[in-house]
Design a binder for this molecule. Structure first.
Ligand code: ARG
Length: 457
């Protein structure tokens, strides 16, 4: 394609290091679509004749049909998907194929193809997040009243409901969705027509090609158009953030499924056994989601480092933009599907959760709050009195509400029998009815709002 200037062909090493066809063949659909939009515009603007435009367009359809049937042939000599397609087009329709590249460069071509690909990947991520949100809302609705220990420092803190805990992940997923929606909007501008870097002297219609490819309009600066990969970085940042959330959720399931916790039985379909220990059921899917998150964050780091030193406009380093995005996208799709399946298929062992909440003195704060409210004791003093009650209960090996009134009054005579109503885990969660609190009524309210936002009611 550029042999005119050269006396010798590239060495084997040059051909190998230069070739992006092994991975950018994934862009073939976008490459055909962008070329068809380009040649239709060249025809409409009389830059090529209507007849040549029709011949080229029909030829591109034939190339696409071949790719569909047999895959994209990988030949390092043809470097990338753009040259592979153009060379096959020339074989099929002859020299008129050479008119397709008028008023275009591979620089704006690849920027356009990749944006189209990333836009689809954003839509796929949005669909995956939506499925996860539905699963979370469904299970949270079932468990708005199921009591479990809430943790800080992974130490029992206060009782919460499982529905509340699951809805916390719904909130993360909702932010993730808005991040992708925002990124999609920013990405949806068409670089085609920026040509190599400076624009073109041909009377092209960039608005027409942008509209034909479903973009909101053309990009504004030709140098930026061919050197910008923010859309890919936006994708990776949003993907890294989702995967970080998925990793935390996976970690919860891994902990909850361990025998000492026993809060959840994982779905068989998303677990594995051990080849030596017959009793084992391992949370491999969750562990791999946790692991994949590291790889996705690595993909983001990779592209950021690729881009950070590049002067305007295009440099060949930018060819390395695709592998990390492709890798992150396939890992993200899998991770979202795995965690959606995990949430949908988990059996929550609510009696174990409730028992753990009762054993951990999770209602100690409720005793302190009761002393403040009913006996008008300053919170710091109430905290101290409660500490003594916990110490006594611990030494007897019983829950707080299993202490007798006499025992409690020996610690502080201002305690009376009404305190027992505040010490149960039910009373504790029901009392936390501030906006966004764990009270079952509050959780149900939020579940209803979320179901409405998801179009489920
Ligand atoms: N394969 C190249 C890439 O993916 C296409 C653009 C090549 N442009 C160039 N000036 N060599 O970035």
């Amino acid at each position: 394609m550029w042999g005119g200037r050269f006396a010798a062909g590239p060495s084997a090493i040059m051909r190998e290091i230069n070739a992006s066809i092994p991975f950018d063949k994934a862009l073939w659909r976008q490459d055909i679509a962008a070329s068809k939009a380009h040649v239709a515009m060249l025809g409409a603007q009389a830059i090529v004749t209507a007849e040549d435009a029709a011949t080229i367009s029909a030829g591109l359809d034939r190339v696409a049909a071949e790719y569909e049937a047999n895959g994209v042939p990988v030949n390092w000599d043809l470097e990338d998907i753009h040259m592979t397609t153009e060379s096959r087009l020339a074989e099929l329709i002859g020299p008129v194929a050479g008119r397709l590249h008028t008023a275009r460069s591979r620089n704006d071509q690849v920027a356009t193809d990749f944006r189209l690909w990333v836009r689809d990947a954003m839509d796929e991520a949005l669909a995956g997040i939506n499925a996860l949100q539905r699963a979370l809302v469904m299970r949270a609705g079932e468990h708005a009243d199921s009591i479990m220990p809430g943790f800080t420092h992974l130490q029992t803190a206060q009782p919460v409901t499982l529905g509340h805990h699951l809805m916390a992940y719904y909130e993360m997923a909702a932010r993730d969705a808005s991040r992708f929606a925002d990124a999609r909007q920013r990405a949806n501008q068409c670089p085609l027509g920026a040509a190599a870097l400076a624009g073109t002297g041909f009377a092209i219609d960039r608005h027409a090609t942008a509209a034909a490819l479903g973009f909101d309009g053309p990009t504004a600066n030709s140098l930026d158009s061919v050197s910008d990969r923010d859309f890919a970085l936006d994708y990776l940042m949003a993907a890294a953030q989702v995967s970080l959330h998925l990793s935390r959720l996976a970690e919860e399931f891994i902990i909850w499924a361990s025998q000492p916790f026993g809060f959840v039985t994982l779905p068989d379909e998303l677990s594995t056994g051990s080849s030596i220990m017959p009793q084992k059921k391992n949370p491999d899917a969750a562990e791999l989601v946790r692991g994949h998150s590291g790889r996705i964050i690595g993909c983001l780091t990779s592209l950021m480092i690729t881009m950070k030193g590049l002067p305007l406009a295009y440099s060949k380093d930018m060819q390395d933009d695709k592998p990390p995005v492709f890798e992150a996208a396939s890992l993200l799709t899998l991770s979202l599907a795995a965690m959606t399946g995990m949430v949908e298929g988990a059996t929550f062992r609510t009696e174990r959760m409730r028992g753990a909440a009762e054993l951990g003195y999770a209602t100690a704060t409720d005793l302190a709050d009761w002393l403040v409210r009913q006996a008008n004791i300053p919170f710091r003093e109430a905290h101290h009195i409660t500490g003594s009650a916990v110490k006594l209960a611990e030494s007897k090996g019983v829950a707080l509400d299993a202490l007798t009134l006499a025992e409690l009054q020996a610690i502080d005579p201002r305690i009376d029998e009404r305190v027992f109503a505040a010490l149960s885990v039910e009373a504790s969660v029901a009392s936390r009815n501030s906006h966004g609190g764990t009270a079952p009524a509050e959780v149900r309210k939020r579940v209803t709002d979320a179901r409405r936002a998801l179009g489920l009611e």
